[in-house]
Design a protein around this ligand. Structure first.
Ligand code: SAM
Ligand code: SF4
Ligand code: F3S
Length: 468
């Protein structure tokens, strides 16, 4: 989708860039009294957050420190998301705010990478309109970051790298994780599904799976370091090429006090075997995020999702026959081109039928280059907004009743921070992926606790600590 646009990386191949940057940062530290500081901000999904952590690892190897303050940074890098228009607008807004910083400090390096940067029209817009940006590179170019950064710093050239060459998965990386309790572990990259509304296959390329040995060894080492929750990532983990249920079984055997989650699971490939592995697992959470997107077969076909509502309910019913309380969450889109109010109401009906513990719902956003972008978009933004509200009201009603199945039961919860209910409360999630607020001392943050559930709200459960 990028063509060759003004990609100007042909002669950027200084093999010594790593060493030169390391010397440069040492010099910088000597003269200024501190390491050069980078601000790396990742937008979008967990996959992107994980990429951002690897970028930070690469920068730390050449001597960068990190900051969250744009005024302190010598390198500002926005690792962007292109999934909806509002995600892109936010980045453009933030880039606009950096203009004056660059005017005051021409040495400041400003970069844009990730999914947005992989698109030709975005790179063109940045080139013309956001002249404060020095470095633009897409999702295939991370391994060349040292060469590009050195070119910008040493020759003050603006670099645009929209390469689409699939490079081998690099297993030799250092990841600077922001979280000490939960870790994201990608098991595969890219997507082959081409849902008609979605930009991801265009900006992330084809599916590539990591070897099971690499995943198992990473998870083992994270557990040894004390991580309590491992989330396996992939746009469709069910097409992990070495077999996803087997990978889950292997990870379930790792010794230690931790739990395993994963996302996302495309319903067309979600098998009964997968449900069985979840139910048999000791470490695998009894929860499945199964994005349905719409409740009408006609819209699902137009979306190229390749399942019907009946197929979808088949997998839900299989799980619920084995465990009637099995927890499901989903993603939904309202206002896909051509969707009628009646079809939208079928999505609401599906929420009632499945009884989700939570939904992530989005207003359809036209993504240039996708198939749906060529379909007639007949629904106004106002209308889509009203449908979204209606959907959320339905979900709240369903969820507040459905969550009450846990009242009186004791659930395992991993507190991750202070609660919303009050300052003496902690918040965390139970294995079923529902937020739980519990009155407990901060010393329990990052430790599994048992919580007796006393109340269900429409967004969370509340409970009391069960002392062991
Ligand atoms: N691969 C995952 C899957 O198929 O379930 C989804 C990944 S996507 C990053 C996350 C969610 O964004 C999708 O499930 C969909 O609901 C939503 N989404 C993707 N493209 C969209 C668009 N053009 N407009 C609105 N929502 C969109
Ligand atoms: Fe997008 Fe569909 Fe791929 Fe998910 S499976 S990333 S929605 S194309
Ligand atoms: Fe993720 Fe957004 Fe890219 S959701 S894969 S960062 S388009």
């Amino acid at each position: 989708m990028t063509g060759n646009f003004s990609d100007n990386t042909d002669n950027i191949n200084d093999e010594n860039a790593f060493a030169k940057l390391s010397v440069w940062s040492e010099e910088y530290e000597k003269t200024s009294g501190h390491k050069p500081l980078a601000l790396v901000h990742s937008y979008g999904c967990q996959q992107n957050v994980s990429d951002g952590e690897k970028i930070k690892g690469m920068l730390s190897k050449i001597g960068y420190g990190f900051t969250d303050d744009v005024n302190e940074a010598q390198f500002i890098l926005y690792n962007t998301c292109a999934v909806r228009e509002n995600a892109e607008d936010r980045v453009f807004g933030n880039l606009g705010d950096l203009k004056h910083l660059k005017e005051n400090d021409p040495e400041l390096v400003i970069g844009v990478c990730g999914c947005m940067a992989q698109q030709k029209h975005i790179a063109e817009k940045i080139k013309k309109t956001y002249r404060q940006v020095d470095l633009v590179f897409g999702t295939f170019a991370y391994n060349d970051m040292y060469k590009m950064l050195w070119e910008v710093i040493s020759r003050r050239r603006r670099i645009f790298n929209l390469s689409e060459n699939h490079v081998d998965i690099n297993e030799d990386f250092l990841q600077l994780r922001d979280d000490r309790i939960k870790a994201f572990v990608p098991i595969m990259y890219g997507c082959n599904n081409f849902c008609t509304y979605c930009i991801v296959p265009y900006v992330r390329g084809r599916e590539r799976s990591r070897k099971p040995e690499a995943v198992i060894s990473e998870v083992t080492s994270l557990v040894k370091k004390g991580y309590k929750e491992i989330t396996l990532l992939g746009q469709n983990v069910n097409s992990y090429s070495y077999g996803f249920p087997q990978l889950l079984r292997d990870l379930d055997m790792i010794e230690g006090d931790f739990r395993i989650r994963f996302m996302s699971s495309h319903p067309k490939d979600a098998s009964r075997e997968l449900i069985d592995v979840i139910l048999d697992g000791k470490k695998i959470c009894r929860h499945l995020h199964l994005p349905v997107q719409a409740g009408s077969d006609r819209i699902l076909k137009l979306m190229n999702r390749r399942y019907t509502v009946e197929d979808y309910l088949g997998i839900i019913n299989y799980a619920r026959e084995k465990d009637p309380e099995f927890s499901f969450t989903t993603d939904l889109i309202v206002g896909f081109p051509g969707e009628t109010y009646e079809e939208f109401c079928q999505t609401k009906e599906l929420i009632k039928k499945v009884k989700y513990d939570n939904i992530y719902s989005f207003v359809y956003s036209r993504r240039s280059g996708t198939k749906a972008a060529e379909m007639e978009n007949n629904i106004s933004d106002k209308q889509k907004g009203l449908w979204l509200r209606e959907l959320l009201l339905e979900q709240r009603e369903v969820t507040s009743v459905w969550l009450s199945r846990f009242v009186g039961k004791t659930l395992r919860v991993l507190p991750t921070g202070e609660g919303r209910t009050g300052s003496d409360y902690l918040t965390g999630k139970c294995d079923e992926d529902i937020i739980v607020e519990v009155k407990a001392d901060k010393k329990y943050i990052g430790k599994f606790i048992q919580v007796r559930i006393t109340k269900a709200m429409n967004w969370a459960l509340v409970g009391e600590l069960v002392e062991e």
